[in-house]
Design a protein around this ligand. Sequence first.
Ligand code: ACO
Length: 339
Amino acid sequence: MVAQPFRSAGVLLRGCGSATPSRSISNADLGQRVETSDSWIRSRTGIAARRVLGPSESLIDLCAASASSALTMAGWEPDSLDLILLATSTPDDLFGSAPRLQSRLGAHRAVAFDLTAACSGFLFALITAAQYLRSGAMRRILVVGADQLSRWVDWDDRRSCVLFGDAAGALVMEASPDDRDDLNGFLMRSDGSRGDVLKLPQIDERAPLVGDASHPQGGFQPIQMNGQEVYKFAVREVPGILDELLQQADLGAEQLDWLLLHQANQRILDAVAERFAVPSTKVLSNLANYGNTSAATIPLMLDEAVRDGRIQAGHRIASSGFGAGLSWGAALLRWSGPA
Ligand code: ACO
């Protein structure tokens, strides 16, 4: 924690990083397991392959690699961090994986905890981090979005298994020393009444306790998804929340440099872009190579576009995360990059 509290109006995005498992599973590979085809998956989703963790790899390995890259880009030492927020629905440990990440990085001063909001998790964590920075409670924060949905997918369910992959992405943010601000507005929403369309529920089993008494056995069922309802939710709510955010900021879509959406399905990205008449050249997409990596998609895409030079210092980015909960959110970002 910071010894000397100070107040800051703004936040600056200073560095990013990402990591994916080395093993890539193509659509044709999946065709060996379920009745599907490369053309069906590509035409319905835009996905060509996904990365899947191997037996000797862990989520924390990916988190640590992505975080180290982000810290290196920013030129920061790990022990300059005040907070580590790990957005994940699939931690290595249900009690939380963020403290393990803190230890792996050697970020001795940082407090670390997990935040769960499925595919909205990274955006919600970024917005949460900004509040600590704006209040003056903290100066430097690492936000990681990471998921290993491969552990929780039913690999025999062709309606869902083709969609998902594993990855981690990281962003380091700091309190602005002046009037610059890289978070120019945000909105967040939840609707638990529609939660059943996409869930990863507990198993419904009981185990003996003492005498006749039993207790619920821990464990989770595979992902359950109503694809058409999730699709309808996304193409309705994402344009809606982005529209509200742009109006709030008094910005036109033509003033955006990039649309950085949760990478769920190319058809969802195309529908949102069409709604705002944003040309496809401004819509960031890498789901062909990685599929839907849940909380990792936004920082994974951000990192790719920063490192290949598409996103440059000063660029204005509209981002939206959406998914299970149901939950969705949007943020207007600016990329500053290293000081
Ligand atoms: N390969 C071949 N055929 C398939 C496959 C597959 N992988 N999956 C489904 N089918 C079949 C179905 O069995 C069905 O056949 P039938 O008519 O003989 O019963 C037919 O294809 C049509 O099935 P639909 O479910 O209607 O297919 P749809 O066009 O809706 O596409 C999809 C399915 C791709 C899942 C789509 O609904 C979608 O993208 N939804 C959004 C889901 C999503 O993004 N989830 C991610 C998690 S949430 C998030 O990140 C926002």
